[in-house]
Write a protein that binds this ligand. Sequence first.
Ligand SMILES: *[C@@H]1O[C@H](CO)[C@@H](O)[C@H](O)[C@H]1NC(C)=O
Ligand SMILES: *[C@@H]1O[C@H](CO)[C@@H](O)[C@H](O)[C@H]1NC(C)=O
Length: 331
Amino acid sequence: MRRPSFLSLPLPLQLLLLPLWLSLTSAQMLPAAAASSGPRGVPACPEACECAPGGQANCSARALPAVPKGLSLNVRALLLDHNRVCMLPPRAFQGAGALLRLDMRENGLRAVHARAFWGLVELQQLDLGSNQLEALAPGTFTRLRALRNLSLAGNRLARLEPATLGTLPLLHALSLQDNALAALGPGLLASLPALVSLRLRGNPWACDCALRPLCSWLSRHPSLPEADTLFCVSPGHLTASPMTAFTDAAFSHCGQPLTLWDLAVVSVLGPFSFLASLASCLVLGSVLTACRVYRRRRRRQAVARRPPSRPPDPKPATSPAVSQSSAAAHT
Ligand SMILES: *[C@@H]1O[C@H](CO)[C@@H](O)[C@H](O)[C@H]1NC(C)=O
Ligand SMILES: *[C@@H]1O[C@H](CO)[C@@H](O)[C@H](O)[C@H]1NC(C)=O
C-alpha cells in the first residue's frame, strides 16, 4: 500500500507536519543502524580497529589519542596497546561491560581517573604496563571484583596504597616490577587472599619496618621464582641484602602490629569507658541535686518551726535597720 507523499501536501500543512515527519523517518532508520553492528559474536567494531569473531577488538598501534567510541557488549578483549591514550576519564570504557581482557601497554598513560574502569564488572586481565603512571587514586581498581591478573609494571609508581586496590578476592597475579616503590602500603597484601604470583624486581626497596608485611608474605610463598633476586636499596648498611634474609626476628625492634586480641580489647573498652564516664556523670549529677533538695527542705522546715513573726511595730522607737533585718529573715 502506498502512503501519500509528504511533498504532495499543501505547503502550510507541510510546515505544520514537518516535525512529525522528521521523527517518523528517523525512527525508521534506527533498526538499520542497529543492524550494522553485525552478526552476534562479532563486536560492533570501533572504526579504527579490526574485530574478529570471538570478541577481540584489535586497536593496537594505531596512534589513537583516546579510547575509541562504539564499544559494545560483544567486545571481550580490547587490545589498545601501543597507542597515545595519555589519560583515562571517568567511565572510559562505557558500553563494554562484558570485557574480560584489556591491554593498555605503551600508551604514555599519565592519569587514570578513580572511576575510569567503572562498569567493567567482568574484567579479568588488566595490563597497564610500560606507561608513565606516578600515582593511582584510591578506589581505582576496587570495583574490578573479577580481576585475576593486574600489571602495573614499568611505570613510575612510588606508592601503592591498599585503598587503590581494595579487596580483590580473585587476584592471583600482580606485576609491580620496574617502578619506584620503596614499600607497599600496610595491609595491601592482606586484602589479596588469592595472590600467588607477585613480581617485584627493579624497585628501590627500603629494608625498614615498613617492609615487614612484604617480607612475611615472601616467607610464606617460598616458591616465588624471583624471591632470591630481590635486594634492599636502602638504608645504606643493608644495601644489597637479599630481602628473603629478613625473617620475622629481624623486625622484632619494630612495634608489634595490633593482634586480633588487641583490636577486641580496644573495641570493647572504647564503648565501655564511654558508658562508664556517662554513668559517673549521671551519678555525680544526681548526688548534687539530691544534696541541694535536702538542704532546701531543711531550710524550709527550720523556717516553719520558727514562731510566726509579728507585723512591724508601728512605734517610732524601733530603728529602720532592725525592721529591715527581720524582713530579710522572712524571705
Ligand atoms: C592487531 O593488528 C595489528 C595490525 O593490523 C597486527 O599487526 C597484530 O598482529 C594484531 N594483533 C592480534 C593479536 O591479532
Ligand atoms: C597475566 O597476564 C599477562 C598478559 O596480560 C600474561 O602475560 C601473564 O602470563 C599473566 N600472568 C599470570 C600469572 O596469569
